[in-house]
Design a binder for this molecule. Sequence first.
Ligand SMILES: *Cc1c(COP(=O)(O)O)cnc(C)c1O
Length: 424
Amino acid sequence: MQFQNSLTFAQKMDAEDKLHKYRNEFHFPQINGKDVIYFTGNSLGLQPKITQKYVDEIMIDWKELAVEGHFHAKKPWWDYHERLARPLAGIVGACVEEVSVMNALSVNLHLMMVSFYRPTKSRYKILCEEKAFPSDQYMLQSQVRFHGLDPNEAIVEVKKRSGEHHWRTEDIQAKIKELGNELALVLIGGVNYYNGQVFDMKTITQTGKSVGAYVGWDLAHAVGNIQLALHDWEVDFAAWCSYKYMNSGPGNASGVFINQKHLGKGNIPRFEGWWGTKKETRFLMKSTFEPIDTADAWQISNPPVLSLAPYLASLQLFEEVGMEALIDKRNKIVAYLEFILNEIDRQVEGNFEIITPSDRGCQLSVFLHGQGRPLFDYLMKNGVIADWREPNVIRLAPAPFYCSYEDMYRFGQILKDGILTKRT
Ligand SMILES: *Cc1c(COP(=O)(O)O)cnc(C)c1O
């Protein structure tokens, strides 16, 4: 498509965009009396307008029914989490029984490690990407120490090649093969939070399995952003948060995927609680745990219904629109943003470098070789909410649900003004 850096062109793109109307389904913060240009849907998605209704429903049921709400609320609380599994399974490419919603992301990764990191004397190594999201690094290190092992020895990081900004699949595969029988687990962020790279999860999963390792993915930046096929790729487990592209609200509940072949087993190592035991006998208060034969066996506590309500609201929107349409718009709007960045760079010699590789989702990470922090501060003051990462990177993620082509055009103008103003 031939893009143009003009308001008329951007508005024409919006007029032809089937998803454009969804912008109205979200609340935008205001700066200088105007809706912001919101690039941080990869950090905290905007609030859908229908969310309030979902939360109010719980508050009213609680007020009017109290404990009776567990079984007699409009959407009974005791199995409220089950409502989320079906729509989520569609989004992550799973069977419904392979998905559950509980806790928060890092907690769930720990719980998955209990089941899928079972080091032996000879097979104990974990492969991850260098500079993984800090929480994942702390999680891996503490798990390794918990087993009495040395993180420096047990955790192997795949590095980028010198002078490159992305990881190469062949380097990851080579490392997996090199570790071979020593490799217990591959655990990588499916979409890297820093450079926006989408890993070849299918190939990496296959390679990991070919040497007998378990393979898990942290999908914080992947879910609601890219096409996933966890079941078909034969991933062992995955976990994600819901407050980034999924728009479920700050710190909200996490989802997990556990491959069918690990379900229905009584003898798998797992930390257990009463919400993982069979529903039919749960309230008999027996002393033996009988695992539910779905991913819900990993549920420990009764579900945080007030958190799940906004997540359910958001899933309703995802179901209505579908990942295919979102991805279609994502590809176009990210390409348009890239075009705008290149145009402004050309016009005013901004000296930007897009470090996101072509395997990408919604995010472009831009290295500012020229002006850095002052330019970012200018953007923030002038109605653009973006994200700053040391040493000199801004991350721009135009979520296709609510960002418009006009936003991209206007962003370009603000960026250009910022560069010219800061230069004088
Ligand atoms: C956002 C993010 C997290 C956050 O974890 P929480 O437990 O929700 O605080 C973890 N890992 C990755 C890769 C992330 O991008």
